[in-house]
Design a protein around this ligand. Structure first.
Ligand code: ADP
Ligand code: MG
Length: 237
C-alpha cells in the first residue's frame, strides 16, 4: 500500500499509510478503536474504495473494475469477528460453495478439499453438522477453513476472537498460529498481545489515521518510540 488516503465524506480515516506485507509474513495490526484498522483491511480487498494512493496485491495493482476486483478478492481470504456461516447448509457445504461457484471446482474436488481443511482446523467430524450446532470457536475455525479453501495469497483477520467467550479464544488462536507457522501470509487485527508476541514477524501500531510504530513485537510492544504508541500500550496493561 502506498500513500493511502481514505475519507468517508469529510472524515479522513487513513492519512498517508504505507504498508508492505511480504510473502509468508505475519503482520499484526494493533491500535485504539477508531484508528482505521478495519478500514485498512477492507481497502486491501476492495470492500472500501481508497480516496487516493495505490494498492498492489499479489503483483496486481488493485482496480475497481468488477472482473478485476472479483479476481483479486478470490486471492484474499477474510475472517471477521462475526463468523457469517450460512446457517441453512452444512459445514462442508459452507466450505464447498465458493470453491464451486468462483473456482469452478467439481463437487467431489470441493468436498475433498473441505474435508482436508476441516481436519486441519481440528473439525474433521463436523463436516455434516449444521453451523448452529457448533460453538463459536468451532464456527470461527470453519470460517477460517472456508477462507483457506480458496487457496488465498493472503489471509486477513479482523478481530477474529473478539466475539468469542474467553474459553474459546485459545482454539482459534491455535489454528491461526499453525497457519502462521506453515508460512501463510497474514494480516491480523487483534487485541491478543500474546498472539502478537508469539506469531507476528512484525507488529504495526495505528493511531490517529496513521502507522505510528512498526517493528518486531519486542520493538513495538516493549519499546515504543512514539507518544501515541506509548499511550496506547500503557493503557493495555
Ligand atoms: P478500527 O477498526 O481501528 O476500530 P475503523 O476502521 O472501524 O477503526 O474506523 C475508523 C474510522 O472510520 C472511525 O471513525 C469510523 O467511525 C469511521 N468509519 C468506518 N467505516 C465507516 C463507514 N462505512 N462510513 C463512515 N465512517 C466510517
Ligand atoms: Mg475494527
Amino acid at each position: 500500500m502506498r500513500d493511502i488516503v481514505k475519507k468517508f465524506g469529510a472524515n479522513v480515516v487513513l492519512d498517508g499509510v504505507d504498508l508492505d506485507v511480504y510473502p509468508g509474513e505475519v503482520v499484526v495490526l494493533i491500535g485504539p478503536s477508531g484508528a482505521g484498522k478495519s478500514t485498512l483491511l477492507r481497502c486491501i480487498n476492495g470492500l472500501e474504495k481508497i480516496t487516493s494512493g495505490t494498492i498492489e496485491v499479489d503483483g496486481q495493482l488493485l482496480s475497481y473494475q468488477e472482473a478485476e476486483i472479483n479476481r483479486i478478492r478470490s486471492r484474499i481470504g477474510m475472517v471477521f469477528q462475526s463468523f457469517n456461516l450460512f446457517p441453512h447448509v452444512t459445514v462442508a457445504q459452507n466450505i464447498m460453495m465458493a470453491q464451486r461457484d468462483v473456482l469452478g471446482r467439481s463437487t467431489s474436488e470441493a468436498r475433498q478439499r473441505a474435508v482436508e481443511l476441516l481436519d486441519r482446523v481440528g473439525l474433521a467430524e463436523k463436516a455434516d453438522a449444521y453451523p448452529d450446532s457448533l460453538s463459536g470457536g468451532q464456527q470461527q475455525r470453519v470460517a477460517i477453513a472456508r477462507a483457506l479453501a480458496m487457496d488465498p495469497a493472503v489471509m486477513l483477520f479482523d478481530e477474529p476472537t473478539s466475539a468469542l467467550d474467553p474459553e474459546l479464544v485459545g482454539e482459534v488462536l491455535h489454528v491461526m498460529r499453525e497457519l502462521a507457522d506453515a508460512g501463510m501470509t497474514m494480516v491480523v487485527v487483534t487485541h491478543e498481545m500474546r498472539f502478537a508476541r508469539r506469531a507476528a514477524d512484525r507488529v504495526v501500531l495505528m493511531a490517529d489515521r496513521q502507522i505510528v510504530e512498526e517493528g518486531t513485537p519486542e520493538q513495538v510492544l516493549d519499546n515504543p518510540t512514539s507518544e501515541r504508541g506509548q499511550a496506547f500500550l500503557r493503557q493495555l496493561t
